[in-house]
Design a protein around this ligand. Structure first.
Ligand SMILES: Nc1nc2c(c(=O)[nH]1)N[C@H]1C(S)=C(S)[C@@H](COP(=O)(O)OP(=O)(O)OC[C@H]3O[C@@H](n4cnc5c(=O)[nH]c(N)nc54)[C@H](O)[C@@H]3O)O[C@H]1N2
Ligand SMILES: Nc1nc2c(c(=O)[nH]1)N[C@H]1C(S)=C(S)[C@@H](COP(=O)(O)OP(=O)(O)OC[C@H]3O[C@@H](n4cnc5c(=O)[nH]c(N)nc54)[C@H](O)[C@@H]3O)O[C@H]1N2
Ligand code: SF4
Ligand SMILES: [Mo]
Length: 733
């Protein structure tokens, strides 16, 4: 019998039917569902391969005196971790133990991890990889709209609109089944894409029926200020909406006054006529001018920037001026990335947060959550450092001495990876829970093998804020444990207060109580209720005052009011400064980073799937024919991309799909082609988001470039600079 569950990877959470095979693996088929409509991408279709990858972790590993990771019993591994944690806490205080979580963890695990950090470890030092992903969009939405639910409307709503403006999102590769929801908009010629590259998504603008805007990397904020300038200058503002539902418009009007299209053209390289055209098309689609509706959506291309929060803020300001948010058939949204990127940022693994999207600095929130946890509110630590600050502090005087990693492969995915590897190596204790020996696991002192997706029960919250059931379809390999069990074992060894359930349904019930009354209220839900609702339910979904679980959920938020003190959305004035790295004589080219269809994130999972590894075997750098000519490179040559931080060597793909002043490097590989050896760890001052997307580099033929060292997770393994990574050394098996 197939089990109904959802894909292990991205936030679209395509519906799957998983059937066990006699050999212990599984087969995966698509299943009807409103967002995925029975479809999956190549990663989803091949996802079962990760369940039985030959190097699946099935036993705890502990680093021995010779420096090798060797098999250990669970008892020995957990005793060792608990002993070392106790000793470090005694000597250096509770904050000396740090925790790093992930947006791929189920809601139950994300919740329990936050509780484990605050109650069992008593540390404030916890953050997670969602900081790399959704933090700028979240910070801007919270500030402007009072709430961060990535898409505050169902994805299926997009089909009714005249126009969709996609900024820095390559949906056609990052969520292929979602493209079906753009079909009607494309038919109307209404797809507008802002991306410096001719991405797969940009080609959906259909040869000019839609519009592809190609700004200089890192200048989207200027583009958005210019668009709002045109909307104001040409009298296209929805004045009734602005008066009824917003505040702060006057200041924003003044701020955009100086961003006339010709000035934007100078900064962003986008022709002034094209800016006017985009602004007019958006306005014509807006309800107040009789249009069918318009959506503005942002992705990582504009958010992963040192001005990411400001850029999203400008996108929301534009949407508010056109009267889009909180209207059926129009809106602003951010396209959440990770499988549980949405739920993962609601239940307490963020450094400043308690479950239910509550602030850890709010006395009432602390009181409520402490009661659910059975501990005094004053025992809960305060807010801790954000991800990049946390990583930089590891092993420094006064910084954390131990790190527990759950669901992130930092060696590949964190910015300025050489620095991160250096910090990880300086720790007294690195513990990594994973399903495969990721590059980060290979660096650890203790590696714990955990259950994955089709082996576990739980819930995930998709990009639309829809809560779904993840269901167990097959037995995990013997020897593998769930993280809920691991935390309960460690909590008891640490003599922690509180109860530590191991059944995901029980943990969910506790999470529901902890979230009650918070922004992301799940108190009207249970596993049993979600089992009966095959399409899931949207939060907020509170219990009734009598405790009944029959709230219908909230597909569309903001329809009546914005959850701000005044009930109005806030215009926030922002200004454009550009990326921290500026081009100079030694680094004259922009590097932009991103994704390819076949690989997921750090590639820890997808590089182990034969079909995906064959289709996309090694890192590559896209460069324009003019740049290729200048450096004397042809297709297939090894090209070195060097910044002030480090260097990546990858195969050249010569294409006029990138601008002559820009190269593109996907970040899915470690070793010599590691994009994050090169990226900048400058962060956004509001959100802590690193500037992954844009930095300044030198590009030349690898043979003419100075040698550099490669980022590789394993200790004692030296990867030669330059040259193709030998199979296996970049984690591919
Ligand atoms: N295949 C695949 N799918 C995934 C993932 C994956 O790893 N692989 N990861 C999931 C996750 S966690 C996430 S966050 C999402 C990310 O999904 P997306 O945001 O769609 O993905 P990216 O490729 O990171 O970036 C999108 C686009 O931003 C463009 N870009 C780069 N710099 C700039 C700029 O300065 N301005 C503008 N306007 N655009 C720029 C890039 O050219 C790229 O086409 O994907 C999810 N889905
Ligand atoms: N240059 C550049 N860098 C980027 C980005 C970019 O666009 N450019 N994007 C950033 C973004 S948006 C993101 S989201 C990050 C993501 O990057 P990472 O945080 O590295 O995410 P993953 O590769 O998904 O790592 C998840 C790890 O957890 C393991 N895993 C899977 N399920 C579980 C589980 O249930 N429990 C545990 N303990 N482990 C599990 C996987 O095997 C894998 O090793 O990368 C960021 N880095
Ligand atoms: S689009 Fe995302 S959720 Fe759907 S199959 Fe692909 S990776 Fe899985
Ligand atoms: Mo992400």
């Amino acid at each position: 019998m197939p089990t109904a569950t959802h894909c292990p990877y991205c936030a679209l959470q395509c519906a799957q039917a998983v059937t066990p095979t006699p050999a212990g693996g599984a087969t995966v088929a698509g299943r009807d569902f409103p967002t995925s409509r029975g479809g999956m991408c190549q990663k989803g279709w091949t996802s079962a391969a990760v369940l039985s990858t030959p190097d699946r972790l099935v036993r705890p590993l502990v680093r021995d005196a010779a420096g090798d990771l060797t098999e250990a019993t669970w008892r020995d591994a957990l005793d060792l971790i608990a002993d070392r944690l106790c000793a470090l806490r005694r000597e250096h205080g509770a904050d000396a133990v740090a925790v790093f979580g992930g947006g791929g963890l189920t809601n139950e695990k994300a919740y329990q991890l936050g509780k484990f950090a605050r109650v069992a470890l008593g540390t404030r030092t916890i953050d997670y990889n969602g900081r790399f992903c959704m933090s700028s969009a979240a910070a801007a939405a919270n500030r402007s709209l009072g709430l961060d639910r990535g898409l505050p409307f169902p994805l299926t709503d997009l089909g009714s609109a005249d126009t969709v403006l996609l900024l820095g999102s390559n949906l056609a590769e990052t969520m292929p089944p979602a493209v079906t929801h753009l079909a009607e908009v494309r038919e109307r010629g209404g797809l507008l894409v802002v991306d410096p590259r001719v991405s797969a998504t940009a080609t959906l603008t259909d040869g000019g029926r839609g519009i592809h805007v190609r700004p200089v990397p890192g200048t989207d904020l200027a583009v958005l200020l210019g668009l709002l300038h045109v909307v104001v200058a040409e009298g296209l503002v929805d004045t009734a909406y602005v008066a009824d539902r917003t505040e702060g418009f006057g200041e924003v009007c003044r701020a955009v006054a100086s961003w006339w299209p010709e000035r934007v053209e100078q900064v962003a390289g986008v022709p002034a006529y094209q800016l006017r055209e985009v602004a007019r098309r958006l306005a014509a689609a807006s309800p107040h001018l009789g249009g069918r509706g318009a959506y503005i959506l942002t992705g990582r291309g504009v958010e992963q920037s040192s001005q990411g929060t400001a850029t999203v803020t400008a996108a929301i300001d534009l949407a508010l001026a056109l009267g889009l948010p909180g209207r059926v058939g129009s809106g602003y949204g951010a396209v959440t990335g990770q499988g549980n990127g949405q739920g993962g940022r609601e239940h307490g693994q963020k450094c400043d947060q308690l479950p239910g999207y509550r602030s850890i600095s709010d006395p009432a929130a602390r009181e409520h959550v402490a009661r659910v946890w059975g501990v005094p509110p004053e025992s809960l630590p305060g807010p801790g450092p954000t991800a990049v600050e946390l990583l930089h502090a590891l092993g420094t005087p006064g910084g954390p001495r131990a790190l527990l990693v759950h669901g992130s492969n930092l060696v590949v995915s964190a910015p300025n990876a050489h620095r991160v590897v250096d910090r990880l190596r300086s720790l007294d204790l690195l513990v990594v829970c994973d399903v495969v020996p990721s590059e980060t696991a290979l660096l650890a002192d203790v590696v714990l093998p955990v259950t994955q997706w089709a082996e576990e029960e739980g819930t995930m919250t998709s990009l639309e804020g829809r809560i779904l059931r993840r269901r167990k379809a097959i037995e995990p390999p013997p020897g593998v444990r769930s993280e809920l069990w691991i935390w309960s074992q460690l909590a008891s060894r640490l003599h922690s207060a509180g109860t530590w359930d191991v059944d995901p349904a029980d943990v969910f019930d506790e999470l529901a109580r902890a979230s009650a009354g918070g922004a992301a209220d799940y108190s009207g839900l249970s596993h049993a209720r979600l089992d009966a609702e095959l399409d899931g339910l949207y939060w907020p979904c509170p219990a009734t005052p009598t405790g009944a679980l029959d709230h219908p959920g909230t597909p569309r938020v903001f329809l009546d009011r914005f959850p701000t003190p005044s009930g109005r959305a806030r215009f926030v004035a922002v200004d454009h400064h550009g990326p921290q790295d500026v081009l100079g004589p030694d680094t004259p080219v922009h590097l932009v980073t991103g994704r390819v269809l076949q690989h997921y994130q750090s590639g820890a999972q997808t590089r182990r799937v034969a079909e995906l590894a064959t289709a996309q075997p090694s890192p590559f750098v896209e460069l324009h024919p003019l740049l290729a000519l200048r450096i004397g490179a042809v297709d297939g040559d090894l090209v070195a991309v060097t910044s002030r931080r480090g260097r990546a060597v990858a195969r050249a793909v010569v294409t006029d799909g990138v601008r002559p002043d820009t190269v593109f490097l996907p970040f899915h590989w470690s070793g010599p082609g590691s994009a994050n050896a090169v990226t900048s760890d400058a962060t956004d001052p509001v959100s802590g988001m690193p500037e992954f997307k844009v930095c300044a580099v030198d590009v030349r033929l690898a043979s003419t470039a100075a040698p550099g060292s490669a980022v590789d997770g394993s200790r004692g393994v030296t990867v030669p600079a330059g040259g193709s990574p030998p199979p296996g050394e970049d984690g591919m098996r």
